[in-house]
Design a protein around this ligand. Structure first.
Ligand code: ZN
Length: 235
């Protein structure tokens, strides 16, 4: 695929969705940088997977090593310090009366995208790529398409720039995300996603399932496993 001349920044956590987004960006843009946020998440293991995934993913296609640029990590431990959620504290994962899981970290994506836009501005990156998804998600209001579009407007006004936030997974369910990995990088990319990406909220990497590592029970594992089964049965 001919690369778009644009330079992109991928919000890259080391999970399945952001790894798929990284492959999507590498296939599309001539220069791609990555950013990761450390907010004392319980599944901090995913941050450790980031350099491993970056190193492996760029070898999947001949053009990708020259397209993959710098990696940035931003310390947002303040987010962990101020939020009392199951994502950052050792409490049981549950759903509140509004149907919102207590893994929701209020303001997380808003803060991520704001920092990403500031970084993109400094680095001359015109596209920000994120794995937010409204189709098959845990009900997080900051993953909604309208939230992202509103943020894009606010950020562009606030920093006088023209950044486009791309969300290739917004209307894809988890089965379609697995299918997209296969489309972008074949079996090699699917294998990389299974083996090296991390999704489990509990940071569990003990047991290897056919869909990858995880506790198998938390909402993130459930979504990932169900998507895998749906994709496999449709393939
Ligand atoms: Zn899990």
């Amino acid at each position: 695929m001919a690369a778009d001349g644009e330079r992109a920044l991928v919000l890259f956590s080391g999970g399945q969705d952001s790894t798929t987004c990284l492959a999507w960006a590498l296939a599309k843009y001539r220069h791609v940088e990555t950013v990761g946020f450390d907010y004392c998440q319980r599944h901090g293991v995913e941050l450790k997977q980031r350099p491993i995934i970056r190193d492996k993913i760029m070898r999947l296609m001949p053009q990708w090593p020259e397209r993959l640029g710098d990696d940035h990590t931003i310390d947002l431990s303040v987010l962990g310090a101020m939020s009392d959620t199951a994502m950052t504290r050792d409490v049981e994962i549950a759903t509140n009366e509004k149907g919102l899981p207590n893994t929701f970290v209020p303001g997380r994506n808003i803060i991520f995208l704001t920092f990403a836009a500031a970084l993109a501005y400094r680095r001359g990156l015109k596209r920000i790529v994120g794995g937010m998804c409204e189709t098959d998600f845990s009900g997080y209001p900051d993953c909604r398409d309208d939230t992202i579009k509103a943020l894009q407007v606010a950020l562009n006004l606030g920093i006088e720039s023209r950044v486009v936030i791309e969300t290739p997974l917004m209307w894809r369910d988890k089965a379609a995300t697995w299918a997209l990995s296969h489309e972008l990088g074949g079996t090699a990319l699917v294998d990389l996603v299974v083996e090296d990406t991390h999704t489990c909220y509990l940071g569990e990497r003990g047991e290897r399932h056919e869909w990858g590592y995880g506790c198998g029970l938390c909402p993130a594992c459930e979504l990932r496993a169900r998507g895998w089964r749906e994709w496999r049965s449709a393939a």
